[in-house]
Unconditional design. Structure first.
Length: 557
């Protein structure tokens, strides 16, 4: 390498803390501990997913190269680095929950020693103490499993395996900082991260007076020009064309979410503050290459969509144009920044379709289809992990096109169906659905507010009802519904159970086993007395198939 190069490494922590370190040496070591055998780490990051010697930054005349030396993985813009990777402008290095952005420029000549004959050793600032010593940190149970990729050794043999470098068998997460009562960047305190500070200044220039307020509408050219002027004032952002465009997209629209929402293959998006954006395409998961500059920009996106502020205790579920469901959580629930979760609706798959879940044999499909055409009352129940909505939506898909439907929805995962959709968290939403005089009512997750109207909905003139309920057995499902009805109508629980027997006809038991949800039984609830349960289909343990019990369904006679 020719002239000395000054390398700036800007490190962002999930809680909003940030620091920029400057180096002049050609090799920058990154790891969890300071001292190594025969060497030392220049950047120390505390975290369960950080190895003792995690990665190297190799600085040359042609740029900066990141080399993974870990067992838990190093990522660049969400992509696992398996070989030495030359960093391009704007690319972010992700190690555990830390985000590093690097830039290099010719170093200024070192000042002459103050005293003749005294050698001065220039030591980079590697004191990166975001958290207390590890033995002082509280530990909490978590579910995230560290990524253990195959390692291609491209720089010679790694040091012998150290037990501390191996992913723990039961990994834990640490809460490095106490939960803040306010957003990470309060309105009266300037952000510490340069990119966040640039957004703060840009948003204020375009009319955002308070934390999380959306900037007023701006032309792309004027927003980009202002972003270039503001980023030029930050040494770590100046000269890189990525950052002005990044900021202008947040001021003019919804930042990195624009391209993701335009991509019809994306089925779900989860954003947590300025952290990586998690993307789902069907069952595949990935991380988006871009992210928000700061939690404030994410809060402004919510305000732009809904016209409301994303306060600290917010817990909001609503629908966006195009049927996209939005769930938003404030910073009291998510201290590192608000959470936005978006789900794109998918069409309901008909019963018996090859991709439908849970899968049903033809005889069970025929039974449920006949029940729909007869206008019966159907309860789909299951435990906390069972997927009830896909089956209920499949049953709804069997409703003839000439019948009207109302859906009382309480989650963001209901597929697209032909129905009037009512927000289920509105008080007495089921009563409002009855006032629409529709043929069929779909009730997701029966609520105590529904109890007084449940029997009327099951036997409303000219149609039927499909509802979902959390219960472990048919008896417990009926007992739970009977308790709700009895409490709402001041009736005796036995009388409430008898009323349900005259209102509902079929109960479908869905359980989550072997990594998937499947129907374990279909039973008929017969009127008379307390209501007798007759099993029509049951799952055979030996073959794991749903088979008929050859018992006739009285309601279809």
């Amino acid at each position: 390498m020719g002239a000395a190069v000054k390398t700036d490494v800007h490190i962002s922590h999930p809680d909003g803390a940030a620091r920029t370190l400057a180096f002049t040496q050609p090799l920058i070591r990154i790891g969890r501990v300071e001292a190594l055998q025969g060497a030392r780490n220049d950047i120390v990051l505390s975290g369960d997913g950080v190895s003792k010697e995690h990665a190297h930054l190799v600085v040359g005349d042609d740029g900066i190269t990141v080399v993974d030396r870990s067992r838990n993985g190093t990522f660049v813009n969400g992509v696992l680095v398996r070989q030495p990777h030359r960093l391009q402008p704007g690319e972010a290095v992700e190690i555990d929950r830390y985000v590093l952005r690097c830039s290099a420029a010719p170093a200024s000549p070192a000042p002459a020693p103050v005293r003749a004959g005294l050698e001065i050793e220039l030591v980079p600032n590697d004191d990166l103490e975001f958290v207390p010593p590890e033995d002082e940190l509280p530990r909490f149970d978590g579910s995230e499993q560290p990524f253990d990729p195959p390692h291609d050794d491209l720089l010679g043999d790694l040091p012998p395996d150290d037990p501390d470098d191996l992913p723990p068998a039961n990994p834990v997460r640490r809460d490095e900082h106490p939960t803040p009562a306010q957003p990470p960047h309060p309105r009266d305190e300037p952000p510490r991260d340069p990119l966040a500070a640039a957004y703060h200044a840009l948003a204020a220039e375009f009319g955002a007076a308070a934390w999380g307020d959306p900037p007023r509408a701006a032309a792309w050219s004027s927003a980009l020009a202002a972003a270039r002027r503001i980023t030029a004032q930050h040494p770590s952002l100046a000269g890189d064309p990525v950052w002005p465009e990044w900021l202008a997209r947040e001021v003019c629209g919804v930042g990195p979410l624009t391209a993701l929402l335009d991509d019809t293959t994306v089925t779900a998006i989860t954003v947590h503050g300025a952290g990586p954006i998690e993307v789902r395409r069907g069952e595949a998961h990935e991380r988006a290459a871009a992210r928000f500059s700061c939690p404030e920009a994410l809060a402004a996106t919510f305000a732009r969509w809904t016209g409301e502020r994303l306060e600290g205790d917010a817990d909001v579920t609503c629908a966006l144009p195009g049927g996209v469901s939005l769930t938003a959580l404030g910073t009291r629930l998510a201290p590192a920044g608000p959470v936005l979760h978006l789900v794109r609706p998918r069409p309901a798959l008909p019963l018996g379709a090859s991709a439908a879940e849970p899968a049903l044999p033809p005889a069970a499909v025929d039974l449920l289809t006949a029940a729909v055409r007869r206008g019966l009352g159907i309860i789909v129940f299951g435990d906390a992990n069972a997927a009830l909505t896909p089956l209920a939506a499949g049953i709804a898909a069997a409703i003839p096109d000439d019948r009207s439907v109302a859906l009382v929805a309480r989650t963001a995962t209901w597929p697209t169906i032909r129905a009037v959709v009512l927000h289920g968290f509105h008080p007495h939403a089921l009563r409002r659905a009855l006032r629409l005089h529709v043929d069929w009512i779909l009730l997701e997750e029966v609520h105590t507010d529904d109890a007084a109207d449940l029997c009327a909905a099951a036997r409303h003139p000219g149609g039927g009802l499909v509802c979902t309920l959390r219960a472990r057995s048919a008896e417990s499902a009926l007992a739970r519904l009977a308790a709700m009805v009895a409490a709402a109508t001041d009736a005796d629980p036995i009388a409430a159970r008898a009323s349900l027997a005259h209102c509902f006809d079929l109960l479908v038991d869905v359980r989550h086993t072997g990594g998937r949800s499947r129907v374990h039984a279909i039973a008929e609830l017969r009127p008379g007395g307390r209501g007798e349960l007759a099993e029509l289909f049951t799952l055979k343990p030996d073959s794991q198939t749903l088979e008929s019990t050859h018992v006739d369904c009285h309601a279809l006679r």
